[in-house]
Design a protein around this ligand. Structure first.
Ligand code: UDP
Ligand code: MG
Length: 317
C-alpha cells in the first residue's frame, strides 16, 4: 500500500472570527481521527485563506497556527470574493499535499463527508464532488433561486454538477491542471468539470452556519450567477440572434400587410401599432446591447491579465 496521503483542507475565510475557532477545532479533530484510522497522513493540515477580512479573522488564524502548526494560513491583501480566496488557498497547497479539500468556514457542509472523499481518493479518484442530499436548512427563497440557477445553467449548456457548491476534493494533479486556467472571471464549478479526470460524488446533509452570518447577500449571489453563465457560454448571444431572425420573418408579413393597406388607401390610423413596435423593438435592442456589453466587459477584464490575487502574508512551518 502506498504511504498515507497528505490531505490539505482549504478554507476561504471572510470575517469568520466567530466561526473559525469552532470549525478548525472540528476539522483538526477529524484529521486526528483520520490519522488514527490509517486513512490520511498525520502531516495533513488545514489551510485558512483569509479573504481580506476587516475583523479579527487573521489574528484568529495566527493564534490557531501558534497553538497547532497544522493550521496554516495565507492572507489576501484585499477582499476578492469566495472563488478567488479559495483559488489562492488551493494554489498555496499545490505540491504541498496529495489532495486538497475545499470547505466553507461555517461548516454548513458536513465535515464527515471528508472521510468519504478521502476514501474515494484512495480508490484512485482525482476529483470528488460533495453533493447535498437535501436543502431543508435553506430558506425557501435560497432554495428556489438556487434551483433556478442550476436549471438555467443546464439550458445554457454548462455541465455543472447539480447541488454541488465548492465542497470537493482535488488531487494534486487536478490542482496542477486547474492552475493552467488563467481566466480572471473565476467560476470554479464551471472549470473543474472541464478538467476531465476520474471523478466521484459523495452526498452529505447541509446544516445551518455554526456561527456568524452569511457573507453572500442577494446582490453578491446574483452577480455570481451572471458570472457563472457569461464566463462559460455564448448561448445568450445566439438566443438574441434567433429572436432577431424570428422577428425578421414576422416583419416580412408585417411589410406585406402595411403595403397592401397603403395601396388600399387605408392608412393614417395605425399610430397604436407603430408605438407598440417602437417600444417592442426598443426593448429588444436594449437587451441585445446589454448582453453584448456583458461579453465585451469580460474581454476587457481578461485582456488586462491582472494577477487574480495578491498574497500578503503566509504561515508555513
Ligand atoms: N467568503 C469569502 N469571501 C467573500 C465571501 C465569503 O472568502 O467575499 C467565504 C466565507 O468566509 C465562507 C464561504 O466563503 O467560508 C461561504 O460564504 P457564506 O457561508 O457566507 O455563503 P453562504 O453559505 O451563505 O452561501
Ligand atoms: Mg455558508
Amino acid at each position: 500500500m502506498m504511504s498515507l496521503p497528505v490531505i490539505a483542507i482549504v478554507i476561504p475565510c471572510y470575517n469568520e472570527e466567530e466561526a473559525l475557532p469552532i470549525s478548525v477545532a472540528r476539522l483538526t479533530e477529524l484529521l486526528d481521527r483520520m490519522a488514527a484510522d490509517g486513512l490520511a497522513s498525520p502531516e495533513s493540515y488545514i489551510m485558512c485563506s483569509n479573504d481580506g477580512s476587516c475583523d479579527r479573522t487573521w489574528n484568529v488564524i495566527t493564534e490557531l497556527h501558534a497553538a497547532d502548526k497544522r493550521v496554516k494560513g495565507i492572507s489576501l491583501a484585499h477582499n476578492r470574493g469566495h472563488q478567488y480566496a479559495l483559488l489562492a488557498g488551493l494554489m498555496a497547497v499545490r505540491d504541498r499535499c496529495d489532495a486538497a479539500i475545499s470547505i466553507d468556514a461555517d461548516l454548513q457542509d458536513d465535515p464527515e463527508a471528508i472521510v468519504k472523499m478521502v476514501q474515494e481518493f484512495r480508490k484512485g479518484k482525482e476529483i470528488v464532488y460533495g453533493v447535498r442530499s437535501s436543502r431543508a436548512s435553506d430558506t425557501w427563497f435560497k432554495r428556489t433561486t438556487a434551483h433556478g440557477f442550476y436549471s438555467f445553467q443546464k439550458m445554457m449548456g454548462l455541465n455543472t454538477i447539480y447541488d454541488h457548491a465548492d465542497y470537493r476534493l482535488m488531487s494534486n494533479r487536478a490542482l496542477d491542471m486547474l492552475s493552467d486556467y488563467g481566466e480572471s472571471n473565476l467560476f470554479l464549478r464551471g472549470i473543474i468539470p472541464q478538467i476531465g479526470l476520474d471523478t466521484a460524488v459523495v452526498t452529505y446533509e447541509r446544516h445551518e452556519r455554526v456561527a456568524g452570518e452569511s457573507k453572500y447577500p442577494l446582490a453578491k449571489m446574483l452577480s455570481f450567477s451572471i458570472d457563472g453563465i457569461t464566463s462559460f457560454s455564448s448561448k445568450p448571444i445566439r438566443i438574441i440572434f434567433m429572436v432577431g431572425l424570428i422577428l425578421l420573418l414576422i416583419d416580412i408579413g408585417v411589410a406585406v400587410y402595411v403595403l397592401s393597406a397603403y395601396f388600399a388607401h387605408k392608412t393614417i390610423s395605425g399610430w397604436t401599432s407603430i408605438m407598440m413596435s417602437v417600444w417592442f423593438l426598443g426593448s429588444i435592442i436594449l437587451m441585445s446591447i446589454g448582453i453584448v456589453g456583458e461579453y465585451i466587459g469580460k474581454i476587457f477584464i481578461e485582456v488586462k491579465h491582472r494577477p487574480r490575487f495578491a498574497v500578503r502574508d503566509a504561515l508555513w512551518d
